[in-house]
Design a protein around this ligand. Structure first.
Ligand code: BTN
Length: 267
């Protein structure tokens, strides 16, 4: 049974998550995804951390309906209505070479999976926010443990309504005008992620930066960012080979941003 691109009636927007259906669609993939579903957790990231301590293999994945303490990047909270959206974390062992590019690789893979599952164009904002119609549809959180183990957490606004999201966010359902099965999106995202990881192991890592460049509308745009309490503005010129964002400041100097957030200054 094909899972992708299937819409559901509005009344089913919070239908119980069918983890068995997802697992059945993920056989014979480059990463052996092992899916765990729990109705409620503290944060899926915490569970991946515990799984890493128990030496779980790459591909260990946990999905939930609701997080008591969902976290976003830069110490922010990630708050969602129970059962509406896709909240999951996966355990990855990307190897030292790929660690610095993993945020970009993850952004590319989630964007590909979302596009495949929705038919909507998805834009990337450095380092790995995913945008539809210039609004955030998904966020990615990467946390590293010992031995180059990474917990990759993904939150996708799938079926949240306009009143359930901050003004700068959007859900796939809002963009499409109908709700979606979360299972279909998870399958397409994990397939894209597995393919990207496989590519990163067989090719020089340059493809990650090149693919990100091609997928994002951000390069060439005016941006602002804050570092140590100082806000600066300039043009996002390019990505460096190590994934840093190169910004030409208004006074002509060039700076490289390795962490943090940038804001798009669209006219
Ligand atoms: C961001 O854009 O700030 C990143 C948001 C990441 C949210 C996801 S939801 C699943 C996983 N568990 C968490 O606690 N956070 C990530």
């Amino acid at each position: 049974m094909g899972l992708v691109k299937n819409s559901i009636p509005f009344g089913d927007a919070s239908a119980p998550f069918d983890a068995t259906l997802v697992s059945s669609q993920l056989a014979a993939q480059p990463v052996a995804w092992t899916l765990h579903w729990l109705p409620e957790v503290s944060s899926t990231q915490d569970l991946v951390r515990e799984a890493a301590l128990a030496r779980a293999a790459e591909g260990w994945t946990v999905v939930t309906d609701w997080q008591r303490q969902g976290r976003g990047r830069l110490g922010r909270q990630w708050v969602t209505v129970s059962g509406r959206d896709l909240l999951f974390s996966v355990l990855l062992r990307p190897g030292r070479q790929m660690l610095s590019l993993l945020p970009l690789l993850a952004g590319i893979a989630v964007a590909q999976g979302l596009e495949q599952g929705t038919d909507l164009p998805v834009d990337l904002k450095w380092p790995n926010d995913l945008l539809i119609d210039a609004k955030k549809v998904a966020g990615i959180l990467l946390e590293h443990g010992p031995d180059e183990v990474a917990a990759l957490g993904v939150g996708v606004n799938v079926n949240s309504g306009p009143g359930e999201l901050p003004p700068q966010a959007i859900s796939a359902a809002i963009a499409l005008g109908h709700p979606l099965r979360r299972e279909a999106l998870l399958v397409s995202i994990l397939k894209a992620l597995g393919a990207a990881l496989q590519r990163s192991r067989s090719e020089d890592r340059g493809w990650v930066v090149e693919t990100w460049r091609q997928r994002s509308s951000m390069l060439g745009s005016r941006v602002s960012y804050e570092q140590a309490g100082v806000v600066s503005a300039g043009v996002a010129e390019d990505l460096e080979d190590d994934g840093a964002l190169r910004v030409r400041l208004e006074d002509g100097r060039v700076t490289r941003i390795y962490a943090g957030d940038v804001r798009l200054l669209r006219d």
